[in-house]
Design a protein around this ligand. Structure first.
Ligand code: NDP
Length: 483
């Protein structure tokens, strides 16, 4: 096994107890490599190394942390094309998206490099004369990071960068479907002058390595992105151990298309948000709630837009939609198409598996119309290039449908009315609301997260990230002079 496909523990690359094969979902004959799987003793070694390294890193000070993060970010941005190609090859998103994701990951590091310098505290007057009070932020300690495959470089970056910026050590368990991206990011971090054990990559199956990691009493905090079912299990173990936890999970993001919307813009944004990344985004627009006055015209244009999208090999020029990430994901997608039909929804286009010159997990983007909000296709996160149109008679009805979900990550409205846009912004129960924009696509310097079953715990990203990656200490200081 090539050394670079190993685990990174206590500052050393090492072989795993087993290996898995990583195949390109655009071309199943293309084997990207073999990747190490950790066993429990390797995970324990990573946790012990992190514990030892953390105080050394904190003591190194803000300039050092700034410089290391800046170097990581700068290298990621400079190598966005090369690492993005590897990302697209193993995950299946078109090359432009893979490249953009790696560049964005670099921006998370340079942003948090600067945040490392802004770890400000507070001063307070004591109610008791002669006593000074200060409130400081300190690192939370050793952080467990468990990340998914759909943004295999950006999601870990927005967790790793603040963890390091604020003086923590970490153990990272990436998704087993995208180990090459994890190794590439680790190589960039490992090249820095950092304490051995500060940053550990421990690849392996979620149900074994991931579960042991999040249940460990050797960690102080868990940052997780993934499915709701795994998230529920993590929350339970975090509570049992009193471990700080932050989770970002699924959603069923609504997009309202009002009767006064620019229809062409609405179609472009809906298609982008529904089908970009093969629909494998927690921010995907999966419920399009359309005013009856423009319903038929919107649906006709949306179907034309979906049919015009070029589905193909992620690395081929002109590809707009890549394959599903895995055979299991494709099978789940096709199951949801069957479920939608059996629930009485009308499949207007797509939903079938596609043949391409290379064997891969290709599927035609699907549009369902005539759907009701109580159908499974409108309640469960599908993570597929499938979107569902729901007809509404008024703005109030559309808003009620949008809010009728256990999730609340992003939500959008297409309208020319300032009054409706303002009302939506105030009354939509979601972590991010978008006006005349797609539901997917966020900035890197402001908070990201949702409500309900979509998120749990403090927000990620922007300066709000400090809430999770630090703990606050209040100091009372007296000069100790006699009264
Ligand atoms: P999972 O929640 O299973 O995976 C996310 C991460 O958690 C992976 O690193 C996984 O490891 C790990 N993991 C799995 N089981 C455990 C466990 N018991 N304890 C600790 N960690 C664990 O999601 P999937 O990747 O399987 O995707 C399934 C569905 O989840 C998707 O179809 C989609 O609906 C949703 N999802 C949502 C995401 C979002 O951003 N909202 C992101 C990804 C998925 P490993 O992969 O190695 O098993």
């Amino acid at each position: 096994m090539a050394q670079t496909n190993g685990l990174f523990i206590a500052g050393e690359w090492q072989d795993g107890a087993a290996v898995i094969e990583n195949r390109n979902p655009s071309d199943l004959s293309d084997i990207i490599g073999e990747y190490a799987q950790a066993d429990s003793s390797q995970l324990d070694a990573a946790l012990a190394a992190a514990r030892k390294a953390q105080p050394v890193w904190w003591a190194a000070g803000v300039q050092k942390r700034h410089d290391v993060l800046m170097a990581i970010g700068t290298e990621l941005m400079a190598r966005a094309e090369e690492i993005g190609r590897l990302l697209s090859r193993e995950e299946g998103k078109p090359l432009a998206e893979g490249k953009g994701e790696v560049y964005r990951a670099g921006q998370f590091f340079t942003y948090f490099a600067a945040e490392a310098l802004r770890l400000h505290g507070d001063l307070a007057e004591s109610v008791r004369p002669g006593i000074e009070i200060d409130v400081r932020r300190e690192p939370v300690g050793v952080v467990a990071i468990v990340s998914p495959w759909n943004f295999p470089v950006a999601t870990p970056a927005w967790k790793i960068a603040p963890a390091l910026a604020f003086g923590n050590a970490l153990v990272w368990k990436p998704a087993n479907l995208t180990p090459a991206s994890a190794v590439a990011l680790t190589e960039v971090i490992a090249r820095q002058d950092i304490p051995a054990g500060l940053f550990n990559l421990v690849t392996g199956p979620g149900r074994a390595v991931g579960q042991r990691l999040v249940e460990s009493r050797e960690i102080d905090a868990i940052s997780f992105t993934g499915s709701v079912s795994v998230g529920r299990g993590i929350a339970a173990s975090a509570v049992a151990n009193m471990t700080k936890v932050q989770m970002e999970m699924g959603s069923k993001n609504p997009m309202l298309i009002m009767d006064d919307a620019d229809l062409d813009l609405a179609v472009a944004h809906a298609a982008n948000a529904a089908f970009g990344g093969t629909g494998q985004k927690c921010t995907a627009a999966s419920r399009l709630i359309v005013h009856e006055a423009v319903h038929d015209a919107f649906v006709e244009k949306l179907v034309a837009a979906a049919q015009a999208l070029k589905v193909g090999h992620a690395l081929e020029a002109g590809t707009q939609i890549g394959p599903a990430v895995s055979g299991e994901q494709l099978a789940q997608n096709l199951d949801y198409v069957a479920i939608g039909k059996s629930e009485g929804a009308e499949l207007l286009c797509g939903g079938d598996r596609l043949e391409r010159p290379t064997e891969g997990y290709y599927m035609a983007p699907a549009v369902f119309a005539g759907t009701r909000n109580d159908m499974r296709i409108n309640r469960e996160e599908m993570f597929a290039p499938i979107t569902c149109v729901i007809k509404a008679g008024s703005y109030d009805e559309a808003l009620g449908i949008a809010n009728d979900s256990e999730f609340g990550l992003t939500a959008g409205i297409m309208t020319r009315s300032l009054a409706r846009a303002s009302h939506f912004r105030a009354h939509m129960r979601a972590g991010c609301v978008m006006v005349n924009l797609p539901t997917a696509g966020t900035d890197y310097h402001v908070p990201f997260g949702g409500r309900g079953a979509s998120s749990f715990g403090p927000r990620e990203q922007g300066r709000y990230a400090a809430e999770f990656y630090t703990t606050v200490k209040t100091a009372y200081v007296s000069a100790g002079l006699p009264e």
